[in-house]
Structure formats: structure tokens, C-alpha cells
Design a protein around this ligand. Structure first.
Ligand SMILES: [Mg+2]
Length: 233
């Protein structure tokens, strides 16, 4: 795997914006997300990481057991409004975007092709471009961004939110607060264990040393977007 320079630069940005590494929601895996509740709250699109979130790394099929949650996600947002953004499939290391094609076939949603790794601003630009080109465009703050890596997926969502706030300052208030940064803490296959521990450690320190913002969306507590293991789909 080539070096992810945008992720390596994240610690420098933390000096100014430490909460960039803090997810809005933490779940073990996507089965714990209530997609219909998210849609009802005003979120209209979702961005998913691939490896160790939806798929086992280097495999193109959905992880066994996630089928119901994945179908629910696609029915809640609509297939066009769900996109996979990976630092493997669809990135510049995916020659001819062959893996992107295969993942697209297995997951039934678009796999975004992008030039620079997450969490780069270039990748954020590609995501915006995709959603703004839809027949019924989706804005950045209407997205839910889900992934298993703090320095890539969570930071990208939080950077995008910072960006949304700057762009929209002075405009009318948004319908929802977003994008939501959802961290899936479970791992389907061990990889980058040391870096993951470092990411978790930094996140823990930041969470305990800084003040959390209001954790509600339009007056709705974030727990409304979670499903307990006993909830039936
Ligand atoms: Mg991943």
C-alpha cells in the first residue's frame, strides 16, 4: 500500500483543530445504524469506506451478515445516493479501476473514482462533485460518512463539515447538521493494528481534553440513529 500523505499530515492540523479526529457517532459495524431514522432526520446521502467497513480487505463482496443493513441503507437513501469511497478500489492504485467495477457489481452502488487518497481535500471535492451532479443534488451537510479509520474517514467527514460551515456562513440555516462522521470501530480482518491504536489513543485524549459540541441533530439525540442488537430490521 503506498504511503497516504494526506493522512500523515493530519496530526499537524490537529494542533489547530483537535476535534477533527472525533467521530459524531461510534458503532461496531453498520448493523447498528438506523438508516431510516437518519433519512427521516434529513440526511439524504451516504458515503461508505470499503475495507474493514463493508468488505474484508482485498475482497470485493459485502461481509457476510451485513446484507440486511446494506439493503436497508440503499432503500432509505436510494441507490444513487449511496457511494463507496475507498483508498483501494477507485483510487489511483486501482489500475484501470478494475476493482472499482467489481465492488460496484457486488455492492450495487457507485464506487467513486478519485485521484488522491482520503482524507485529502481533492477527494472531498470529488465527493461533492458526484452528489451535486445527481438529478436531485445532495449537499455536503446532508451526508453521513461511514468508515473504520479515524485519520481517513472520520477526519474527512469533519473536514468536510468545517468546509460546509465556511461556505454556508451568512446563508440560511441548514436543515440538518452534517456531514455526520460515523466511525465503525469493529475490524473484519486485522490490518494496521499499530496505527489504529495510535488513532484511538489520540482520539481518546482529544475527547477527554476538549469540550464536546451539542450532540443533537435538530433537537434529536444522536442515540435515535442507533439500533441495539435486539432491534429487528
Ligand atoms: Mg477502511
Amino acid at each position: 500500500m503506498p504511503v497516504n500523505v494526506p493522512a500523515l499530515l493530519v496530526p499537524f492540523q490537529l494542533i489547530l483543530y483537535p476535534r477533527l479526529v472525533v467521530p459524531t457517532l461510534t458503532v461496531k459495524d453498520i448493523r447498528h445504524l438506523n438508516f431510516h431514522a437518519l433519512r427521516q432526520a434529513g440526511y439524504r446521502g451516504a458515503v461508505f469506506d470499503k475495507d474493514n467497513c463493508l468488505n474484508i480487505p482485498h475482497e470485493d463482496k459485502l461481509v457476510h451478515g451485513l446484507e440486511d443493513a446494506w439493503s436497508e441503507c440503499k432503500s432509505a437513501f436510494g441507490e444513487r445516493n449511496v457511494v463507496v469511497v475507498s483508498n483501494s478500489a477507485g483510487s489511483h492504485v486501482d489500475d484501470g479501476h478494475i476493482q472499482a467495477e467489481s465492488v460496484q457489481h457486488h455492492l450495487g452502488v457507485h464506487v467513486l473514482t478519485h485521484l488522491k487518497f482520503k482524507p485529502s481535500y481533492s477527494c472531498i471535492g470529488s465527493i461533492r462533485q458526484y452528489f451535486s451532479a445527481l438529478p436531485d443534488p445532495v449537499e455536503g451537510h446532508e451526508l453521513v460518512i461511514v468508515g473504520d479509520r479515524i485519520f481517513t474517514d472520520v477526519v474527512m467527514a469533519n473536514r468536510m463539515r468545517q468546509n460546509v460551515r465556511k461556505r454556508d456562513s451568512g446563508r440560511k440555516p441548514q436543515a440538518v447538521w452534517g456531514p455526520l462522521a460515523v466511525w465503525t470501530s469493529g475490524v473484519w480482518q486485522r490490518e494496521a493494528t499499530g496505527i489504529r491504536w495510535l488513532e484511538r489513543g489520540i482520539c481518546w485524549v482529544v475527547e477527554h481534553c476538549t469540550t464536546a459540541p451539542d450532540t443533537s441533530v435538530n433537537g434529536q439525540h444522536l442515540s435515535a440513529f442507533l439500533l441495539s442488537p435486539d432491534d429487528k430490521r
